[in-house]
Design a protein around this ligand. Structure first.
Ligand code: ADP
Ligand code: MG
Length: 372
């Protein structure tokens, strides 16, 4: 009997949690800065049924067999993909919400490891499914922070809170202005009208693999902590523009310059979004990419090539999205030019023997919710 058939026998519910694309404000969610992501129309679904024996058993379409662990799991118990699920179970238990047990069946149309936060979609999907079957009321921002803890302390990826906040708080037709300076973070939906105005947000999954659990992401975090200490600041995003003059080391100076200019770009992008000034938003996106490539040094050849080819073929702006070192880039494009830009990017990849990318259009979508 298949996993899905087994679940059909008992009392079940189905929940979905989306992936995300960040429009602008990259690598700022761990320095107290702003970010402006959207939840996308690709999601992870979790079919869930209660158990009463304190065990959690989980199946995923990506893998044969199931992963099983106790509701009292702790970091280190579960390795591989199951650690994102066990992390959510553990983090909820740490907050006083220990599940009595659950069977969970996972499937997803968020591409894995593409910088579109399939990990956050999985954690948040599991989080809302467990809350659903147990009858726990959990505020979306609190759930996002619990899932971030799962990612950091159980799955071992030192990421900020943006991904889980986007997956939990997404709103159809809106971008989310996230302010991580306050505790808890603030999330404000901002109307995003580019579709009505004839534009599209094109995603290019470069298929270059990124890994946040790897060293570079952690290295950037450590550098921002060093900078905050050096400047006597609690949150680096609050650094005034002239703070760069106080930093001698050229690498640290460049990292700080990204934090300062990217924070300013989010403020300008918020105004551009409100004014429906797509040319301006596009320019800010491209400037963000240049800053991430040159000052923060988190881009990859595939991302740079995507941005270059998209701009050459009429995109208003383009940038890497997410943590970088591979993953996906986005381009703001006239709807009528989506095919031309996709083709141009694909051709540019093929010309130099990069694996052909996957391209698709995404729209701002609803956050984690129950489907049935
Ligand atoms: P991203 O979040 O950008 O997709 P990550 O490396 O952070 O990339 O997370 C990808 C990992 O999350 C996968 O390698 C896998 O371990 C886990 N994962 C995500 N979605 C699923 C899924 N549907 N089923 C099983 N594991 C998943
Ligand atoms: Mg991830």
């Amino acid at each position: 009997m298949s996993a899905a058939d087994q679940l059909a026998e008992g009392e079940i519910g189905v929940w979905a949690a989306p992936g995300r694309v960040n429009l602008i404000g990259e690598h700022l969610d761990y320095v107290g800065g702003p970010a402006m992501p959207i939840a996308i129309d690709l999601a992870t679904t979790v079919k869930a049924r209660r158990r009463s024996d304190g065990r959690v058993r989980v199946w995923s379409a990506i893998s044969e067999g199931s992963v099983e662990f106790g509701a009292d799991t702790a970091p280190g118990d579960v390795k591989g993909w199951g650690r994102y699920v066990a992390g959510a179970v553990w983090s909820l238990a740490e907050s006083g919400r220990t599940t009595g047990g659950a069977d969970l069946v996972i499937s997803s149309d968020v591409p894995l490891g593409a910088g579109l936060s399939s990990s956050a979609a999985l954690e948040c999907g599991v989080g809302v499914a467990l809350a659903g079957i147990e009858g726990w009321e959990v505020d979306p921002i609190e759930m996002a922070l619990l899932c971030q803890r799962a990612e950091n302390a159980y799955a071992g990826a030192p990421t900020g809170s943006m991904d889980q906040l986007a997956s939990m708080c997404g709103s159809e037709g809106h971008a989310l202005l996230i302010e991580t300076a306050s505790t808890p973070p603030e999330v404000k939906p901002v109307p995003a009208h580019w579709v009505e105005d004839g534009f599209a947000l094109l995603v290019v999954d470069t298929r270059a693999k990124h890994s946040h659990a790897g060293g570079e992401y952690g290295k950037r975090r450590a550098q921002t902590e060093e900078l905050a200490t050096l400047l006597g600041l609690e949150s680096l995003a609050a650094a005034p523009p002239d703070a760069v003059l106080k930093v001698e080391d050229p690498e640290l100076k460049a990292r700080l310059r990204h934090v300062i200019t990217e924070t300013q770009r989010v403020r300008s992008a918020t105004r551009a979004l409100a004014a429906r000034d797509w040319a301006q938003l596009g320019q800010l996106m491209t400037a963000s990419h240049v800053s991430l490539r040159d000052d923060y040094a988190v881009s990859a050849p595939e991302l740079d090539l995507t941005v270059e080819a998209a701009l050459e073929h009429g995109a208003l702006g383009a940038r890497m999205t997410g943590g970088g070192f591979g993953g996906s880039a986005i381009a703001l494009v006239e709807a009528a030019r989506v095919d031309a830009v996709s083709t141009a990017v694909t051709e540019a990849f093929t010309r130099i023997d990069f694996t052909p990318p996957r391209t698709f259009v995404v729209a701002p979508s609803q956050g984690a919710h129950r489907i049935s």
